[in-house]
Design a protein around this ligand. Structure first.
Ligand code: CMP
Length: 987
């Protein structure tokens, strides 16, 4: 059993879900197959095959109504109700239908015929909807093919047992069997969904955003109009519909004539459907990929039109039962087994963002038009033409369709080349298909091979990348040729491709590339050599000299390759250690990554030691954490948890991501971290990506966070009741942030236990300050279960209304807060209000400076706590009248923000002084030299007494790097200044 489960790519913990889902698929498909066949046989035998063309027209109309109206209507019914009630509803309808059959009313048969299509549509929504809820995206990729296979198996079984059932219980009672399978499906889906959190209705916002079907179709149409391929495909879609029904009708008629009793007819149809479905499934598993790789997908579609051509030609000549049946069998086999997968793969040449729209358009318009046209042709044809003449009509449609597909093939090749030109290799990548290995298109391979000789280096590069990915032996020689390409990136891509193809015959030519003048190429050469099967001694010979390479990426890569094969270990290790500790930033990064790959305890200990350096650049800290995790996930957990509390958000995020990658084993440590104020933010980040945590600690955490949010809100309202000044404003802003922060964390925690995406969306909206949207979110939160709703209810009250002044400031509580920033703000505000004497002068001046920085436009968007960081790194410097603050042409390593007074910016031009500008309080000067690393562009002199805050090069750079807001503001000011200077100097 376990072996079976493993063979079906079901992972541990999934087997219950997967087997329930397989059961649902199997039973619903089985019921639909035997019930549908029964209805078909009843219709043919009791109502008349000749009415089929009218049914086709009716079918066209119903499917249009279903795709437009139904999907939208179903979208507004809560999922749980939908998934549980559909099977019950279908079962009830079927039982009613069975009872109605006692009346033998003739209109029942066409109604049932159309009704079965509607039921099948509903079942489709039901089963894939449930599958979508119980699987995440990654599981879906793995398990959906399996579910689909069980659906097909259900159809096959349903087909085979139809005959037996008809003979034992009678044809009409097939409807009851179908109803029975739906009841079974109901029980299974109830069990499956019982423990499942179902997403509630989409929130008002996302509902608005959902594009309408019409809009999607219009977008699709716009694309189709421009694309040669899709224009021909649209035409062929019409013709394929016509062809499909043109054989479906004669087949049904021939079967009805051949099997006179309805029991025999049903048994025959069941058997036929069962066998053709099974054959098509096997063909799609075992032959489709081979045919695509050998002949190309468009060729396989062309073969389908030729099948129609030959089929109708033979029928026009010999209209006998055996030929009708064989034609229909081959048509069904090729359609579901080969042509449909090929047709779906063809859509890959449509850019991803348009693909669904184009499909929606083609399925919705040309295909449906084809159904109507087919109905019309058959209705008229039935009345005016002999059956054999109708086959000639089919023959003509097949000829037209062959022509259309032949033209589409040209369009497809063009689209492939366009994709190469657009640098979009992905469509050539063969994705692994369920049970069937890789799918590859012969035409795409040819395009990529030709692309290697294209004059455009981009096409050559993309082609090399594709060929590497496809790993084809025939690509080896052209790729080796590419090593002499004039374009370095093409050489690099060819090396990468050769490494992927595992070429071993031409090692010498690859090894020659380690002497390439371009570091990128040398890097790929080293990487390729280390990935190929060469003897260690030979590898050592090639790679030893590379340790001295001028480019650190190359040398570190060589070192890790040597370590991997155990050659020259001592030198490689000491090289990496040296570079990791003392190299330039990027060299260190590469060396640390290489250490992660080589991975032994020695490397682990070394990296842990590096982490202790408090001055360690943020980027290096992140790489170290990643390397530690790579070397020893279990041992790295404690360091990652520590990383969750780092001041820099990027380190916290990196630590959270890494913890999430380790998965379940970290859960307990992360839950402990959640209790520590410093780490809670990071812990929440990690939990977001981990499997669902236990409820209790999370709910407790959320409750505590809510009560803190309420507490800070109350404190804020107290302060609001005091007189207002700048210092009080700063405190209010900080308290509001604090309260909001706790509230959001509580929501995030609650979100962990249910639908995370909707909760994140809700939080995003809450933070947007748009009151109309807020109301929607608050309404959506009402749909949480009652215990959780009661946890967060106090927050709703905070957020629903602007908090009004209330009571009196509790200074005693505020200046004892556990957050030092709140303490400082409170002390400062109380000091300004004359409530408390502030003793710590250093803090006082820092707070004054923060107030000042808040007025500087450059820092306007920073949060108070961030401004504190900036303020802490600035030094005060004063100047008197006419002092030169910076001198044109000198090297500069500091910049100034004017705290009081005024300065003149002067430049000399032709030995004359030109005043470029005057700068006042809040402006900054001297930043250009820091950014451009060039001498001062102008001199700046004080006008009267001037106080400045001075920031040195290093602090300024880290400010720009860490705070994109500040960078943007600096860039804007720089642009202004450049414009100003240009105008003045050229006047
Ligand atoms: P920097 O080049 O480091 O030193 C001289 C400073 O004068 C320069 O940075 C700017 O801050 C300032 N400066 C230069 N040109 C202008 C200008 N056109 N307008 C305002 N300030 C300027």
């Amino acid at each position: 059993m376990t072996r079976l489960i493993r063979a079906l790519s079901i992972r541990s913990g999934e087997s219950r879900m997967a087997s329930l889902m397989i059961g649902i698929m199997l039973f619903t498909a089985m019921g639909a197959a035997l019930g549908g066949t029964g209805i078909e046989a009843l219709f043919f035998a009791r109502f008349g095959v000749e009415y089929l063309p009218y049914m086709f027209v009716g079918l066209g109309i119903t499917s249009m109504i279903m795709s437009f109206g139904f999907s939208a209507a179903l979208g507004s019914i809560p999922r749980r109700i939908l998934y549980i009630s559909i099977p019950l509803f279908i079962a009830a309808i079927l039982i009613l239908a069975r009872l109605a059959l006692f009346t033998k009313l003739s209109w029942l048969y066409p109604a049932l015929w159309l009704g079965k299509e509607i039921l099948n549509f509903l079942i489709g929504i039901l089963v894939w909807g449930i599958a979508g809820v119980v699987c995440d995206t990654r599981q879906a990729k793995r398990l959906f093919p399996l579910f689909n296979a069980s659906r097909i198996l259900g159809q096959v079984i349903g087909g085979f047992v139809t005959g037996v059932l008809v003979n034992t219980i009678g044809i009409e009672n097939l409807l009851l069997v179908w109803a029975g399978t739906m009841l079974l499906a109901f029980l299974l889906s109830r069990t499956l969904l019982r423990s499942q959190q179902l997403p509630a209705l989409p929130t008002a916002k996302s509902r608005q955003k959902q594009p309408t079907l019409i809009h999607e179709m219009q977008q699709g149409y716009r694309y189709v109009r421009k694309s040669r391929l899709m224009r021909w495909i649209s035409l062929s879609a019409i013709l394929f519909s016509v062809l499909y029904f043109s054989i479906s009708l004669p087949f049904s008629r021939a079967a009805t004539e051949q099997y006179v009793t309805e029991e025999n007819l049903a048994a025959f149809l069941g058997l036929f459907n069962g066998i053709s479905t099974a054959a098509a499934f096997l063909a799609s598993l075992f032959f489709a990929n081979r045919l695509f790789a050998r002949f190309g997908i468009m060729f396989c579609i062309l073969v389908f039109t030729i099948i129609y051509l030959v089929g109708f030609a033979s029928l026009a000549l010999f209209p006998i039962f055996a030929i009708v049946v064989s034609f229909r069998f081959i048509q069904m086999l090729w359609l579901s087994g080969i042509a449909d997968p090929a047709y779906q793969a063809m859509f890959n040449v449509v850019p991803g963002e348009r693909r669904d729209q184009v499909r929606t358009f083609i399925d919705g318009v040309p295909e449906q038009a084809g159904v109507f046209i087919a109905g019309a042709i058959l209705i008229i044809g039935e009345q005016t033409l002999a059956p054999q003449q109708l086959y000639v009509v089919g023959l003509i449609a097949a000829a037209l369709c062959t022509f259309a597909i032949q033209r589409a093939r040209g369009g497809y090749n063009e689209a492939l080349i366009e994709a190469l030109q657009a640098g979009n290799p992905h469509l050539f990548y063969s994705e692994e298909q369920p049970f069937g290995g890789f799918r590859q298109d012969a035409a795409a391979v040819r395009a990529a091979l030709n692309g290697l000789a294209d004059p455009d280096p981009i096409i050559r590069r993309v082609s090399a990348e594709i060929l590497g990915h496809l790993s084809l032996p025939e690509a080896e020689a052209p790729l080796l040729n590419g090593l002499n390409d004039l374009d370095a990136l093409v050489r690099a891509s060819c090396l990468r491709a050769l490494a992927q193809t595992k070429t071993t015959s031409a090692i010498d030519r690859i090894a020659a590339s380690v002497r390439d003048p371009e570091p990128d190429v040398r890097f790929e050469a080293v990487a390729a050599l280390s990935g190929l099967a060469i003897s260690p001694s030979q590898l050592e010979e090639y790679l030893n000299p590379m340790l001295d390479d001028a480019d650190s990426r190359v040398s570190t890569r060589a070192a890790s390759a040597l370590l991997k094969v155990g050659c020259n270990v001592a030198r490689a290790k000491s090289f990496l250690r040296y570079t990791a500790a003392l190299g330039e930033l990027s060299e260190r990064e590469n060396a640390i990554i290489a250490m992660g790959e080589w991975g032994d305890t020695e490397a682990f200990v070394f990296l842990v030691n590096e982490l202790k350096d408090r001055q360690l650049p943020v980027m290096i800290r992140r790489v170290i954490l990643a390397s530690l995790t790579k070397i020893d996930p279990a041992k790295s957990i404690s360091y990652l948890i520590e990383g969750l509390g780092h001041v820099d958000v990027s380190v916290r995020e990196a630590a959270a991501d890494l913890l999430a990658k380790i998965g379940q084993p970290v859960l307990e440590s992360v839950l402990t971290a959640l209790q520590k104020p410093k780490q809670e933010e990071g812990a929440l980040l990690a939990l977001q990506q981990l499997p669902m945590p236990p409820q209790k600690p999370i709910e407790e955490y959320a409750r505590a966070a809510v009560s803190r949010a309420v507490e800070y809100d109350a404190l804020m309202r107290g302060v609001k009741a005091e007189a207002s000044n700048e210092a009080v404003g700063l405190l209010l802003e900080s308290l509001q942030k604090k309260s909001n922060g706790y509230g959001v964390r509580a929501l995030r925690a609650i979100g962990l236990l249910g639908d995370r995406d909707s909760m994140n969306l809700a939080i995003e909206i809450l933070e947007m300050h748009n009151s109309a949207q807020r109301a929607n979110v608050i309404e959506a939160l009402e749909s949480l279960n009652s215990r959780r709703r009661s946890i967060i209810r106090p927050l709703m009250r905070l957020w629903e209304e602007e908090s009004a002044p209330d009571g009196k400031a509790d200074w005693g509580r505020l200046i004892a807060d556990d957050d030092s920033w709140i303490r400082d703000c409170a002390l400062f505000a109380a000091h300004k209000l004359g409530e408390i004497e502030m003793e710590n002068i250093a803090t006082l001046s820092l707070m004054e400076r923060i107030l000042f920085f808040k007025r500087v436009p450059l820092f306007a968007n920073l949060s108070p706590a961030d401004i504190k960081q900036v303020a802490a790194i600035a030094e005060e410097v004063s100047f008197s009248n006419d002092d030169i603050i910076v001198r044109q042409g000198e090297v500069g390593d500091v910049m100034f923000i004017i705290a009081s007074g005024e300065v003149r910016v002067i430049a000399s031009k032709d030995n004359k002084e030109v005043e470029l500008a005057r700068r006042k309080v809040g402006d900054f000067i001297g930043e250009m030299a820091l950014i451009s690393k060039e001498p001062r562009s102008a001199s700046v002199a004080a006008v009267g007494n001037v106080h400045t805050l001075c920031i040195n090069q290093k602090s300024f750079e880290s400010l720009l790097r860490d705070r994109p807001d500040v960078s943007l503001a600096v860039i804007q000011v720089l642009c202004e200044r450049l414009k100003e200077a240009g105008l003045k100097l050229h006047r």
